[in-house]
Design a protein around this ligand. Sequence first.
Ligand SMILES: Nc1ncnc2c1ncn2[C@@H]1O[C@H](COP(=O)(O)OP(=O)(O)OP(=O)(O)O)[C@@H](O)[C@H]1O
Ligand SMILES: [Mg+2]
Length: 392
Amino acid sequence: MDEKIEEFSEKTLNCILRETVDAMENSKTQIFDIYEGARSEVEHIQMDIKEVKEKVYEVIEKVDRLEVEEQAAKQKLVRVSRNFKSYTESDIQNCYEAVKDVQIRLAIAREQEEHLRHRRDTLEIRLRKLAATVEKSKHLVVKIGVVLGYLSSQINAVVTQIEMLNQDKMLGVQVIKAQETERLRVSREIHDGPAQTIANLIYQSSICERMIDIDSDEAKAGLQEIRRQIRHCLGEVRRIIFDLRPMSLDDLGLVATVDQFLGKLKTRGNLSVAFNVEGIEVKINQYVEVSIFRIIQEALNNIYRHAESPSAELRLIYGKEYMSVVIKDIGKGFLVDQPHDNEEQNGCFGLMGMKERAAIIHGQLLIDSKPGCGTEIRLLVPLSEVCESDIK
Ligand SMILES: Nc1ncnc2c1ncn2[C@@H]1O[C@H](COP(=O)(O)OP(=O)(O)OP(=O)(O)O)[C@@H](O)[C@H]1O
Ligand SMILES: [Mg+2]
């Protein structure tokens, strides 16, 4: 129940954060649209002002021309009126009409000039206000961009953190499952192997005990059988111990332990492994050595179980600063980044465990495989961090 609530809140939180980032991105776009709109309005007004100014100049010129024309018509009227004897009444009337006509046109032109000046002033006031809005929204876009960038990265970091925590949680569960599976396997092996044999031996030894007085030869043969079975049982127990923790790692080192493991692998099937050691073996911290051994063990087990390869190659290369391990087969290969067939049922912890172990010992693990092209696994471990002498 608790887990469900936790899962729900994690999902909801993730969702809310993602939606917040999206909403912020949207607002940023909207503000940018406002800025763009205001900017294009400014451009239009600037064009209108230019047009109105040109018209104002034209009207001013027209007014000037009409004023000159009015002066000329008035002077003519005065002249004609003074010499009314030389002119007819209709001449005087025409001059009078001409003055009136030019005055009407002048009045219209002045009216137009006034109107255009007013329009120009209004447009200029609007332009100043809009230019201020453009400037402000430009600043706002930049500022919001910076703030959003910061917030988005923070939120992304939080989301990534949540995802990592979820992964860690999943990994923790998988590790516990893997531990339980391993314990189950070991308990089954002890139960089906040595425990059965010992129970059988107790039964056989009590028969021998009874047979000693009745038929000593039969009892002797029984004891020999018991010894054979104890030897077999000891072999089983040693194999289980080796699987749990190869003691030879501490006593004989990595190369000898790998050699021992290859010997056991040989008895299981017909996979032939060419084993080469390059450079001089150095003693490495035991936990690191166990990890390297487990990675080799898993890689070779995988070749044995999945690769369908007749042979494999194992190289341990001891350099000055690094040691590397190369495990190569010429088998069927697989798609490294794809989930594997039996992942659902069996867990497929092998490759994951190899990666985890490599990371713990500060190593790098590269898995190179393609269907039909075999598999090559390379492990690189820095010796400076893991040499025995460095660890007190
Ligand atoms: N050398 C290889 N050649 C071909 N396929 C491989 C090889 N190594 C791994 N695989 C494929 O990758 C899968 C995953 O391997 P992994 O070791 O993680 O799981 P597993 O071996 O199936 O199970 P276990 O958890 O017991 O190791 C295998 O099931 C197999 O399909
Ligand atoms: Mg495996």
